[in-house]
Design a protein around this ligand. Structure first.
Ligand code: EPU
Length: 339
């Protein structure tokens, strides 16, 4: 599709943006047709999945590829694992529901995360004590540098907290085609996350099934996070800062109220929500962009917001947190396009 194409329904923040060229991929073979025509080697290009982790500025030059491929298949793997392979364009939560419906566990903590399967490895989606890296076996991707198909096992993906090679040094080089996850017929409940534990207790679930865990996660998410269908947002707008233990301890001496969580390798995770909350940002607005009252990590579109308004609000929050706590907040969504 050529000519400026409106992308406001293709991003969960609901920002108005136009793409110079838009290509909708419904079959894997279309990717190779585009490659043969030279369309995918013309940079800039951007891949959009569910558009749930992006801030779109008004103009996206070049080609925007919308991944809408569907399909889920599975086979029995080693040690009782079920290997489930899903196409990049599948909505993430549809995949979670499908696997729960089959009686498999592994994705229940990741229920109701907006976005597509292909976007999940980009920022290594995670919630309630589980992240994609814990379940990913491998992924298949098209390498735009030479047109080859590459298979990456988990270790080759360079996963970190909300990070992977695909959003870091290899950004825009690969198009994820499908991912394979290792799930289990035996329940493997991960219910240590305080919010989840409390919710399950309220539901009266002593030994919860995968479906009950997903139900609890969905309840907590619905309570805390705005539904992008009704209130434009891109989930957590900031990452939780991860600091060396010594630095975190110094900070905690000055600010004893701060909650710190061990994050391994001599590092400690702070709660960005708490820092933003303490700075008094809940419910604040900049033009038509605002801070979600129930989870200040989430910035919302109050209706007709521009990327500039959202980013200006984010900058004001970052400056405030940096000047009060000396902590740099990193923005989680990718910022794409031009003003
Ligand atoms: N908090 C406050 N004030 C608030 C809300 C939270 O002080 O208004 C503090 C509390 O101390 C709370 C802590 O923040 O205990 C943590 O809050 P929460 O459990 O809601 O999780 P989070 O660390 O803020 C992360 C992810 C979420 C994910 C939840 C649950 C990031 C950037 N965000 O948020 O992911 O759903 O944990 O696992 O890691 C997303 O990435 O889009 C996302 C929503």
């Amino acid at each position: 599709m050529t000519g400026a194409v409106d992308l406001s329904v293709c991003n969960t923040l609901g920002l108005h943006a136009s793409a110079e060229h838009l290509v909708v991929i419904e079959k894997e073979s279309q990717l190779f047709d585009l490659l043969a025509a030279g369309d995918l080697t013309k940079r800039p290009f951007q891949v959009l999945g569910g558009g749930s982790n992006v801030v779109l500025r008004p103009h996206l030059p070049g080609t925007v590829v919308l991944m809408r491929t569907r399909g889920i298949r599975w086979e029995r793997g080693a040690r009782g694992f079920i290997n489930v392979t899903a196409a990049a364009g599948e909505p993430w939560h549809d995949l979670v529901r499908y696997t729960l419906g089959q009686g498999w566990s592994g994705l229940e903590n990741l229920a109701l995360i907006p976005g597509s399967v292909g976007a999940a490895p980009m920022q290594n989606i995670g919630a309630y004590g589980v992240e994609l890296a814990d379940r990913l076996v491998s992924l298949r991707a098209l390498d735009l540098d030479d047109g080859s198909i590459r298979v990456f096992d988990r270790d080759a993906c360079g996963f970190g907290y909300r990070d992977s090679r695909f959003r870091a040094h290899d950004a825009d080089r690969f198009i994820v085609i499908e991912i394979t996850l290792g799930l289990s017929e035996k329940p493997r409940p991960m219910v240590g996350y305080p919010d989840l534990r409390d919710e399950l207790q309220m539901m009266g679930c002593g030994e919860p099934s995968a479906v009950q865990i997903a139900e609890a996660v969905i309840r907590v998410r619905r309570r805390k996070l705005p539904d992008p269908r009704f209130q434009g947002n891109a989930g957590s707008f900031f990452k939780n800062p991860v600091l060396p233990t010594a630095q975190a301890e110094q900070l905690s001496q000055r600010h004893p109220h701060l909650s710190l969580r061990e994050s391994g390798h001599g590092m400690v995770k702070l709660s960005a929500a708490q820092l933003i909350d303490r700075c008094g940002w809940k419910g604040k607005q900049n033009g038509r962009a605002g801070v979600w009252q129930r989870q200040p990590l989430v910035l919302i579109n109050l209706g007709g917001a521009t990327a500039a308004e959202v980013l200006h609000l984010a900058d004001a929050i970052r400056h405030d947190v940096a000047s009060r706590y000396g902590v740099d907040l990193e923005i989680e969504p990718r910022i794409l396009g031009q003003d």
